[in-house]
Design a protein around this ligand. Structure first.
Ligand SMILES: NC(=O)c1ccc[n+]([C@@H]2O[C@H](COP(=O)([O-])OP(=O)(O)OC[C@H]3O[C@@H](n4cnc5c(N)ncnc54)[C@H](OP(=O)(O)O)[C@@H]3O)[C@@H](O)[C@H]2O)c1
Length: 274
């Protein structure tokens, strides 16, 4: 998400994430960090193992490739990408625990796990004397499912951080498609699938308008306001990993950590996003 600040440690909301793909993401990430002069310890690096169609035995088999792709940068957080592997959650966690004890990864997380699956993972790790630190799920002003499906309550009970993916609802919360609905028709399928109908744009226009009103009042962007809501509304439980296709977007998104919306503003956005 964010560029590390020049004068201090990385803020806790800053997570850099590789994303599988035979180590290509990790290699690109490490090359980019090195080129930018970012040292080990200046960033938090998270990556994931894709369990679909694989058993837990794949976890120790592929970690070496990821470590070498990262060219000396450590894996601060290693996540199981989805709960749909061939092996049980418990077997996967036992393999992850071995990696942690061997010093190959620094902490363990999961992604797209339900409240029950998260509890099973946390229980299995606790039996090994290890804490599950994160569940990466979709959360944003247009998707607040975690409040209804038990994930938020369970994360708080177990002390697990929720990493919000698609925190801008694949860019829709920037208001770009509300400003230019025709652009949605040209958008790639995954984005259309999230929000392809004209009536979705109409329904959410008041929220986008309020994001813009707050943004204009402070000289911010709508994306920054939407991200700030996300990292403050849920207290310490939620951090965000916005995507960016341009450096300017990444810089702007990093700026979402530099201010705090008032309680009234957080509440107003909450109301309009229901
Ligand atoms: N665990 C999972 O299953 C899972 C699933 C999906 C995603 N993820 C992760 O979540 C992260 C982000 O996902 P996402 O790309 O769907 O998220 P997103 O942050 O909701 O949307 C990113 C898109 O929003 C637009 N954008 C971002 N910042 C902007 C800004 N400041 N101003 C204007 N437009 C801006 C860009 O669109 P344009 O390119 O059109 O400009 C960008 O590609 C990635 O690390 C990804 O790996 C994880």
């Amino acid at each position: 998400m964010a560029e590390p600040p020049e004068d201090g440690p990385c803020p806790r909301q800053t997570v850099r994430q590789g994303d599988g793909g035979r180590g290509e993401s990790e290699r690109a990430l490490a090359t980019g960090l090195r080129t930018a002069g970012v040292r080990q310890g200046d960033v938090v690096i998270a990556t994931k193992q894709l369990p679909m169609g694989r058993s837990a035995a794949n976890i120790p088999r592929t970690i070496g490739d990821r470590i070498s792709a990262l060219q000396g940068y450590p894996i601060d957080l290693y996540q199981i990408h989805q709960p749909w592997g061939f092996s049980s959650v418990e077997s996967e966690m036992r393999e992850m625990a071995k990696l942690l004890r061997a010093g190959k990864i620094r902490s363990i997380g999961v992604s797209n796990f339900s409240a029950r699956q998260m509890t099973r993972a946390a229980t299995a790790l606790r039996a090994e004397g290890i804490e599950l630190v994160a569940d990466q799920v979709q959360i944003n002003l247009l998707n607040r499912t975690i409040e209804r499906n038990g994930v938020l309550d369970t994360a708080r009970e177990l002390g697990i951080t929720l990493i919000a993916y698609s925190p801008l609802h694949a860019g829709i919360l920037t208001g770009r498609f509300h400003d230019d609905p025709a652009a949605m028709r040209r958008a790639p399928l995954p984005r259309k699938a999230m929000f392809g109908r004209a009536r979705d744009l109409d329904r959410t226009r008041p929220l986008i308008h309020e994001l813009g009103r707050i943004a204009d009042a402070y000289g911010l962007s709508r994306a920054q306001v939407a991200l700030n809501w996300l990292i403050n509304f849920y207290g310490d439980t939620v951090v965000a990993i916005p995507g960016a296709s341009r450096a300017k977007q990444a810089e702007e998104n990093a700026g979402a950590q530099a201010f705090r919306l008032t309680e009234k503003e957080l509440g107003r956005l909450e109301e309009l996003s229901r």
